[in-house]
Write a protein that binds this ligand. Sequence first.
Ligand code: PHE
Ligand code: ZN
Length: 881
Amino acid sequence: MRTDTGQVFHLEDYKPTDFLIPETHLDFCLRPERTVVRSTLQIKRRNGVAADAPLILDGDELKLVDIRIDGTVLGDNAYVATPDRLEIRGLPENGTFTLEITTEVNPTTNRQLTGLYRSSDVYCTQCEAEGFRRITYFLDRPDMLSVYTVRIEAERSEAPLLLSNGNPKDKGTLTNGRHFAVWHDPHPKPAYLFALVAGDLGVITDTFTTASGRHIDLGIYVEHGKEPRALYAMDALKRSMKWDEDVFGREYDLDVFNVVAVSDFNMGAMENKGLNVFNDKYVLADPDTATDTDYAGIEAVIAHEYFHNWTGNRITCRDWFQLCLKEGLTVYRDHEFSADMRSRAVKRIAEVKGLKAHQFPEDAGPLAHPVRPRQFREINNFYTSTVYEKGSEVVRMIRTILGPDLFRKGMDLYFERHDGDAATIEDFIKVFEDASGEDLSQFALWYDQAGTPNLAITYDYDQATKTFEIEIEQSLKPTPGQTSKKPMHIPVQFALLGAKGRELKPRSAKGGLVKGDVIHLRKRKERFSFSGISERPVPSLLRGFSAPVTLTSELTRSDLAFLARNDGDEVTRWQALTQLLNAKLTSNSKRVRGGKPATIENSSIKLLGEIAFNATLDEAFRALCLSIPSESDIARELGANIDPDAILGSRDALISAVAEAHAEKFAQAYNELEQKGSFKPDAAGAGRRALRNVLLDYLSVAESSSKRAAAQFKNADNMTDRAAALGVLVQRFGDSEATNHALQAFEARFGNDPLVMDKWFVVQAMQPGNGALDKVRELMTHKLFSLDNPNRTRALIGAFSSGNQTGFNRADGRGYKFFAETILTIDKKNPQLAARLLTAMRSWRSFEPVRREHARESLATIAMETGLSADVRDIVERTLA
Ligand code: PHE
Ligand code: ZN
């Protein structure tokens, strides 16, 4: 395990390597506990580098077996090899030579799941960010591009399937039951994109014909027997390939594209060139075992990894500080893909909800960092919501600022100019400046300044001159390492709405820059004045969520209600409703905390009823509106002195009031929405189910009865409805007979299917209140539970710590204590996973003083531990700082 060395890496220190590795040959002799890797590297010293410069390669827990230069074994004093470093001196004068390195690794004992490891007896690799150095010594950095040829040899009975990147070149049988395959990838790539898979797997195959008529063989490899569950992923893959041709003009570039699903995986999936490796959660689905959310996730992740082929693989990152260059851009692309496949507005609202739930708290807490960080201790800790989701928002803003045509022109230039490069954010911004002639230097601050800007908005209407004036003031709080901030270029998409939501078109705009429906805020404080506005308008601001900011505006409750009823932009419409509800939910939380009952006003109840029954709105949108902001949404709005029990009380009071007021009509709608015909995982079907399932929760509350949920659970013919009913049972009827009965039935039916059982662990980990902790402890002893498996661990420990507000953040601090112990256990096996889970405590300072002190103590316990991994050490110290 890599423990903390205290070393901090800085963007400013970037230097190209002294040597190049134009060609890499890898020869794997696979054995479960003793795999031998022979790496043959063609090495060239760069021009201008001194002839006595040493070659220093990265390693991590490596065991060197043999080392040769140009075929000659190196003498002991020609090199120094430690597990994490290989230094060679006295290299051939002319600087061009062949280096042969043999290492030995143990895939079976590798529980970190980086480098070469075994997952359910399948050999697989995970090399991003720095896993390749756990396989062999190498210049393991993303700017070191090399052409790879890989030979894999293994026991045929154990591993009939032998896969690597690129195209298949050769295969054959050896003696002793062994066989081999050779793969060649003609596209130079960094080591983090290397992959190997060997094992015994089932497959579904298909083909795709590119726009230029090339035939690509597609394969998705899964556990035997699960092949039918990969069909949706295959369909999503073909749609992704087509979409990237249609929307970005990007074709696939190898003869084969393979996807392998494995059950032990730290992240969602990995874009290895021509051989994507996936967490099986993002491949396997059928109506009986997967929810609509699972289907949407599969579609998005399949697309994401496929899109990386151009944005990440053909154009990669110069260094890991540029991570958002591939991730932000690729998330943007997968968001657009999903929007085109489904409802754009609903998709956008889901993105906004996700951003606010995950990225905003990151930006507001001790782990805040810029989209492009300038320093890190452990790169694994920067695969964050800020790099990914805010990174995507930044790309979206470029498109909003330039418009679709110039954005596409810029993207085309990016591919043309940088194909085959390891590029930087500066390169990316430059292509848009060159394509458009615009100066984006101020805009570029979005990559450098951490934190979520707030826009304080005031406005005024002058009846006499028919002029509407808006003043916007931007502010950005200090974040770790950044005390003062500069004003940013913020695109605010807007409309001025007259009676019934009609858009009033200004005759002209004065003051700050306005182009079409976008206000370009560029100063700390700026005024924008619109003439020819015939009536007093209500402004609809930040349409489509055009920038990742928060707003404080003068909009009154009645303005917000007006927008919630009339805004033609569904995102601002949803936002207005949410703001209205949040105001009440937060003030009620404070009342409940003060020992007073919540107060609910009728206008919100009426408004929610109107939306619920408005047949002109799509069902998915109505479901989103009817989903009352979550406990953590309310906590985020409160920002400080948080008491999760009071929040739960406030939220439940609103749900009860809405449920009681509309019970009869909700029941009618619930019945009408019952699905007719067979399950389809499309947007329309998902929308109906989502709406019906929110109604189920309201009805169960109104009726104070578990009957309806129990019946839905029993009769459901798909996992979406089944899991929703189970959720209502556990959330609302805790340890009741009905709940226990359903949990047992679920286990009896799906007990052999770990992925499905994850839902069973999640739902129980989320049970509100003090009972959850004992439940979680008990479930850790369940035969299906294992801290070795990331999905299982996230399902139980992750859901509990980041999803159960009241159960985890107990006033007695026992939730935190348990969590700290568990993190220390996980850290010994899988540091990346432990560190990621630990971020659940990043908002500890926003709790009320008693919980805050308990949280601090538990974090301090972790920090005091000796031998922590570099990953956890970094997170815990930043969290406490
Ligand atoms: N690069 C992967 C993705 O975003 C994520 C990942 C990072 C996977 C590190 C594994 C390890 O698609
Ligand atoms: Zn990615």
